[in-house]
Design a protein around this ligand. Sequence first.
Ligand code: GLA
Length: 375
Amino acid sequence: MIEANGNQLIVRSPGRINLIGEHVDYNDGFVLPAAIDKSITMTLRKNGSKSRCTIKSKGFDSVLVADLYSLKPGTEGWHNYALGVLHEIQVLNPGLKGFDCEMESNVPVGSGVSSSAALECGLAFGLNELFELGFDKLELIKIGQNAEHNFVGTKCGIMDQFASVMGKENHAILLDCQSLDFEYIPIKLEPYRLLMLNTNVSHNLSTGEYNIRREQCEEGLELLVKKYGIESSFRDVSMKKLDESKKELGPIIYDRCSYVVEEIKRVQEAVVALKNDNLGLFGRFMFETHRGLSKKYEVSCPELDFLVELAKTEPQILGARMMGGGFGGCTLNIIHKKSIDHFVNKVSVAYKDKFGIDPSYFVTVPSDGTYLIKE
Ligand code: GLA
């Protein structure tokens, strides 16, 4: 650890979970994410140069060296998230200068808990503080999202970066992705816990298939807007309109759009259940979301489906579903604390038997968003 001095600071930025509202952030829907207790810790300091930046990630041999005057996407996975953030800041503010950064993470990569947003938001937040750039939190969130659009190539929504920056201990964030209004919802689970089961597969379809889903939804929406003269938003699409247009939409676009319309409604109902402390009902909505993601939106995979099916056989699990972009990563399970060991043992044997892979798991809690630990 580098010694703290006036030109140096330490930032912690978390990954996120999402209780419900999947693949609707880029469709004007509602989402219910929370920052988690797994995070990236970054130590940043000015290095006196005009444009030379270095970022070292513990666990990776290579150091990312970048020149602010010639930023372009790199080849190594995580580099583009960082380079993208530098690029977005550069476009908006000339105050960014050379710096050195060291980071260490315990956010599992490729698991659907958005280690990418943790990195983007931590870096944007840290540089904002270090160089006193004056961005507010929403601007930092958008810097992270645009980094992903422009340097990584995933046309993601705003949920991950929003959760990473705005997270609050023991709360989820009900975010209206159309207006960006949000409300903190207390998460009172006792005696239940949030158990993440990691398939430990990442099918690498993610970026391409993610963007395809987004385009399919846009295509469906455009057709409905032309036909009904409605606003260009899934908030103005009803199941009735969709059903009337099934033929013109075709089976695939119809399925994608009907999942979106159902999920937008489901999140609102699920939040009422949560506010009424009806965790059983909330869990049933989670299972329904999984079914929609698997059958209609087609972003699940056999490994995720298997884990959710297994969860359904466990009476002490109230709800389970795949989480995040999909095609691998984790399922989120609401499980009684006394059943965790038993269920994890059962899953480990059955999953290994079926896929030849050891799953992994962790229990998590809603936590605070990106913050400065030390100046
Ligand atoms: C990824 C994206 C998010 C969101 C989820 C699916 O995590 O980055 O914007 O679309 O997938 O809900």
